[in-house]
Design a protein around this ligand. Structure first.
Ligand SMILES: *[C@@H]1O[C@H](CO)[C@@H](O)[C@H](O)[C@H]1NC(C)=O
Ligand SMILES: *[C@@H]1O[C@H](CO)[C@@H](O)[C@H](O)[C@H]1NC(C)=O
Ligand SMILES: *[C@@H]1O[C@H](CO)[C@@H](O)[C@H](O)[C@H]1NC(C)=O
Length: 482
């Protein structure tokens, strides 16, 4: 948790400032217990300074992850002050939320396509080629010999890795780094049609056009918003830039025709669940284990690490990763309940089983089934009733005008998963600053009960999130970056 705000076990608010000076949360617990304000001792509010919710203008703390973690990459928010993408530094929340809704609509259209395919007689490969263009966090990877560094979006919601690639036979958009030249890499090779690698890519992505005209296997990833990348399916050496780990025959897309919402990122690193993903391709070395910490926009950098981390300090609680035939790329979780302000909401289990829930690094705002969201919202509004409301902002319908306040007591939100694993959402993932005085609840409701619940990246901020795909579990650890 950042040093400019603190959380206390406090209720009611009038005690907060008083007890702030005593600096003794034990005392607060005792008072709360004595007053029987709580059924249990769950934390009710985060008390923070309002200014701590504003995005920082400068990149503050340098990345320290590589000192503790092995095989790790520095993660920066695409639009934050630490982003290597200089051109992307002007962020527009309105546009981010529009793009976010496009991504969510696309995920759901793929999921519902899948169910219509299942009921028809046509056998189409499980649609694991679901590919999503937007994403908010970038890392640097090295490709080729000698290696060139590329700044790519990392995405747990898609599988194929690709970068823009010379000669950009049709088109490349303008990007951060010089465009990769395969002719200058001694380890680059086109993958031919008829090889197992090509067939595997075709079946994993449902890509039927891979070998219609040329002997070189081609790939095509189309994104829901009209963004796409098309090019040669290739292999080359992948190097994790901040470690010495390298993978000689890493398979990825050498993009000849690229367009879309990638900002000025050079491409995309696919961390989805199917065979094409980087997680699967590096399984021998890393055992299909990776972890990350996503920094809040208002702060510095986080990390993306591969393999079991022995030096990890925080205690990780694990829940099960579920598989679901509606989307084999996705990481499904068993969301079982939600607490707001320390109290569990009365949501029946069938609400979550009807929708299903995934965790996604590329969706910004967590989406909940409509009935779950409306209960969360009304409890949250009760907890915030002392603050004046402000108009809705885009998809965010619960906003407050905090212009007259220097501190704010924000109800805690805990997402509860099977096996008693809780995601205690950092306050940076509860309230988002929409304009100079307007702060909104950073959750949204789906428009239909069958749409997927999605744990978005804002609500994962500052946590250590560990994917152990090999044994099918996902863990959360407390504050690993802030
Ligand atoms: C890859 O294949 C394409 C299409 O056949 C060809 O034009 C290109 O020169 C090949 N690239 C390399 C580096 O061999
Ligand atoms: C918040 O309140 C201030 C002071 O009353 C007002 O000037 C401002 O326009 C309000 N902002 C919003 C977003 O409602
Ligand atoms: C999800 O968790 C609940 C509660 O622990 C359990 O009853 C249910 O069987 C789990 N669902 C799946 C699909 O494993």
């Amino acid at each position: 948790m950042a040093t400019n705000y603190s959380s206390f076990l406090c209720f009611p608010f009038s005690f907060v400032l008083l007890l702030f000076f005593f600096g003794c949360s034990k005392k607060v617990e005792a008072i709360n217990g004595a007053k029987e304000l709580l059924g249990n001792l769950h934390q009710q509010t985060h008390v923070i300074t309002v200014s701590s919710l504003s995005p920082a203008k400068v990149c503050s703390t340098p990345f320290k992850g590589s000192e503790i973690l092995t095989s790790s990459l520095k993660v920066a928010h695409k639009y934050g002050p630490c982003s290597p993408l200089k051109k992307a530094n002007t962020e527009n929340l309105h546009q981010i939320l529009l793009d976010d809704q496009t991504r969510v609509n696309y995920i759901n259209s793929k999921i519902s396509d899948q169910s219509t395919i299942e009921t028809s007689a046509v056998q189409i490969p499980a649609n694991s080629g679901i590919s999503l263009g937007t994403g908010n966090y970038v890392v640097k990877i090295g490709i080729g010999t000698p290696k060139q560094d590329f700044t790519v979006i990392f995405d747990t919601g898609s599988d194929l890795t690709w970068i823009q690639c010379q000669p950009c036979a049709v088109q490349c958009y303008s990007q951060q780094d010089p465009i990769f030249n395969p002719f200058k890499s001694s380890t680059y090779a086109n993958i031919s049609c008829g090889t197992n690698a090509c067939k595997q890519m075709q079946s994993a992505s449902g890509n039927t056009q891979a070998c219609t005209t040329k002997s070189t296997c081609s790939y095509e990833v189309a994104y829901g918003d009209g963004s796409y990348s098309i090019g040669y399916f290739a292999r080359d050496k992948l190097t994790l830039s901040t470690s010495s780990d390298s993978f000689l025959k890493f398979r990825y897309g050498c993009g000849q025709e690229n367009q879309g919402l990638f900002g000025s990122a050079d491409g995309l690193l696919g961390l989805g669940r199917n065979k094409m993903s980087m997680v699967s391709q590096t399984a021998k070395k890393y055992g299909k284990i990776f972890s990350y910490c996503l920094p809040p926009r208002s702060s510095s950098t986080g990390y993306l690490a591969f393999g079991q981390q022995v030096g990890s300090t925080s205690k990780i609680k694990y829940t099960q990763l579920l598989t679901d035939k509606r989307g084999s790329s996705f990481y499904f979780l068993n969301l079982t309940g939600i607490s707001v302000g320390g109290k569990k909401l009365g949501i029946s289990a069938s609400v979550f089983t009807t929708s299903g829930t995934i965790i996604d690094s590329g969706t910004v705002i967590t989406r909940l089934p409509p009935s779950a969201y409306s209960k969360l919202r009304s409890r949250f509004r009760q907890g915030m009733s002392k603050y004046p409301t402000a108009p809705a902002y885009s998809i965010l319908d619960t906003c407050y005008n905090l212009s007259g306040h220097t501190t704010v007591a924000v109800p805690t939100i805990v997402l509860r998963f099977a096996r008693r694993t809780d995601l205690n959402v950092d306050v940076s993932g509860i309230l988002i600053q929409a304009s100079s005085t307007q702060y909104c609840l950073a959750f949204a409701g789906n428009s239909a009960s069958t749409y997927l619940g999605i744990i978005g990246n804002m609500q994962q901020q500052t946590k250590e999130v560990v994917y152990n795909v090999a044994v099918g579990k996902l863990g959360f650890g407390a504050g690993a970056c802030s």
